[in-house]
Design a protein. Structure first.
Length: 234
C-alpha cells in the first residue's frame, strides 16, 4: 500500500470514529417530552428554592392585594368608589372614637420618670407613696414634713395624670398657677396650698394641723376633679 492509500485509510477510520461518537451524544434539539424532562431535572435543583416566595411574602402580598382591591374603582358600576368612601369613613370614625375615649396622646410615662426633681429636691416617689408618707408624718404630729410631702404628692399626681407640665426649677406658685388653668374652680385652694408649702419649707414657719388639712383637701379636690382641657399647657 502506497502513502496515498495509507492516508485514505486513516481518514476513513477517523470518520467512522466521529460518526460513532456522534451517535452516542444526545440530540441538541430535543423533542417536547425530552425538553420537559430536562426542565424538570434542572428546576429540581435546590438552588431554585431560594427564589421561591416565603409564607410571609405571600401573606404580605395577600394583604396588599386585599387593600388594593378594596380601594379599587374597577369594581362593577360605582361600587368601587362607594366601597372606598365607606372604608375611609370607617377608618376616620375609629380614629375619632379613639381620641374621644383616650384623649390626645400625652407623655405621661415621660412625666413620671423625667421629673425626678420636685421644687429643688430629688423626689422619685409616686403620688400615692408621697400621700402615705405625709399621712404617717401627720400621725406622729410632724406637721412640717406632712405639709411638704402632701404638696409634693399634689404636684406629682398632676404630673402623673399629664395635666400639668412642670419644667425644672419651677416654683410652687408657678405650679399652682399652671394647675389653676386646668382646674380653675380650685385656683384659690391651689394657691393657699402653695403658700402653706412656702411658709413651712422656705420661711421656716411652723406647720399646723390646719395648714396640713388645707393642703390635703386641695390635693383630694384636684385628684377627683376633671381637667378643663385635655392638652398639656406649653
Amino acid at each position: 500500500m502506497g502513502l496515498t492509500g495509507l492516508s485514505a485509510a486513516i481518514v476513513g477510520s477517523g470518520a467512522a470514529v466521529v460518526a460513532r461518537a456522534a451517535d452516542a451524544v444526545p440530540p441538541l434539539e430535543p423533542d417536547g417530552d425530552e425538553a420537559r424532562r430536562w426542565a424538570e431535572v434542572e428546576l429540581s435543583d435546590p438552588v431554585y428554592d431560594i427564589a421561591e416566595p416565603t409564607p410571609l411574602d405571600r401573606l404580605a402580598q395577600a394583604v396588599a392585594d386585599f387593600f388594593g382591591d378594596l380601594f379599587s374603582t374597577e369594581l362593577s358600576g360605582q361600587w368601587g368608589s362607594v366601597v372606598a368612601i365607606i372604608a375611609a369613613t370607617i377608618v376616620i370614625a375609629v380614629i375619632v372614637v379613639a381620641f374621644a375615649v383616650w384623649g390626645v396622646p400625652r407623655s405621661t410615662r415621660r412625666a413620671r420618670t423625667a421629673h425626678a426633681t420636685l421644687f429643688g429636691e430629688t423626689e422619685e416617689r409616686s403620688a400615692a407613696e408621697l400621700r402615705t408618707a405625709a399621712a404617717s408624718a401627720a400621725a406622729r404630729g410632724d406637721w412640717d414634713e406632712a405639709i411638704v410631702l402632701r404638696f409634693r404628692a399634689l404636684a406629682r399626681g398632676c404630673l402623673e395624670r399629664g395635666v400639668v407640665d412642670l419644667p425644672p426649677g419651677a416654683t410652687v406658685h408657678a405650679f399652682a398657677r399652671a394647675a389653676a388653668r386646668m382646674f380653675p374652680r380650685l385656683a384659690d385652694d391651689l394657691e393657699a396650698a402653695a403658700t402653706a408649702f412656702d411658709d413651712v419649707r422656705y420661711l421656716r414657719r411652723p406647720g399646723t394641723e390646719e395648714l396640713y388639712r388645707r393642703v390635703a383637701e386641695a390635693d383630694a379636690a384636684v385628684t377627683s376633679a376633671r381637667p378643663a382641657r385635655a392638652e398639656v399647657p406649653a
